[in-house]
Design a binder for this molecule. Structure first.
Ligand SMILES: CSCCC(=O)C(=O)COP(=O)(O)O
Ligand SMILES: [Zn+2]
Length: 208
């Protein structure tokens, strides 16, 4: 039995996240999708095609871990499976956020010959779980964009099973996925990634 009070509370977290992320310019047009865990088997996720800065409670629906709608006839995010595999992978994940910032889009296209973004030497790396120094490397994989979300879900899961400390991944020319125990943690990861990607873009400009 799904706890509807938990669903309602998680939907409010998703709505607030959308207002913040749209306000920052990281979820333009109807891009992006957001979710929060309700219980072991269910998540609250954005309905496909909604304006993420103007989400209402009815724009957040329930799906199970297979991505099947529960208690709703609406169509969940086109990228629902990318969320589902993350919740299935780690029971402690409580929220997943996907954004489409200019930095994520441009940087992954500039790094056309790289399948990862290596962050090194930044104090802000410590915003990610388990990172205690600027001295190590934080490796963010870059997957090729595709409309085949099931394939991308499989790729992302295989990678994360091999490198479980990964805090986020990028999809080339598309955007960023990150996750956390809570919505607040996940928003922190987004902000850190946006700052770090902006720094990387500045450095690339100087190097050219
Ligand atoms: C208009 S952006 C293209 C689809 C996309 O990448 C996205 O993040 C939003 O898709 P959704 O189905 O979740 O609205
Ligand atoms: Zn997207």
């Amino acid at each position: 039995m799904i706890n509807l009070a938990t669903y309602a509370a998680q939907a409010q977290h998703v709505i607030a996240a959308g207002q913040f992320l749209y306000g920052e310019g990281w979820s333009p047009a109807t891009s992006s999708n957001y979710s929060a865990r309700i219980d072991e088997q269910h998540l609250a996720i954005t309905v496909s095609g909604k304006h993420k800065g103007q989400l209402k409670a009815e724009d957040i629906m329930i799906v199970d871990l297979a991505g099947q709608p529960v208690l709703s006839q609406q169509k969940s995010s086109a990228e629902t499976l990318l969320h589902c595999v993350l919740y299935e992978w780690q029971a402690e994940i409580g929220a997943v956020l996907h954004t489409h910032s200019k930095a994520a889009t441009v940087l992954t296209r500039l790094l056309a010959d790289q399948d990862q973004l290596v962050l090194e030497g930044y104090e802000l790396q410590k915003a990610f779980p388990g990172v205690t120094s600027h001295e190590g490397q934080v490796v963010i994989p870059i997957f090729e964009n595709t409309q085949d979300i099931r394939t991308l879900a499989g790729q992302s899961l295989s990678y994360l099973e091999q490198y479980p400390d990964t805090p986020a991944y990028l999809i080339r020319g598309h955007g960023l996925y990150t996750w956390g125990k809570t919505m607040a943690d996940t928003l922190r990861h987004i902000e850190a990634m946006e700052f770090l990607m902006a720094c990387e873009l500045e450095l690339l400009k100087v190097a050219r």
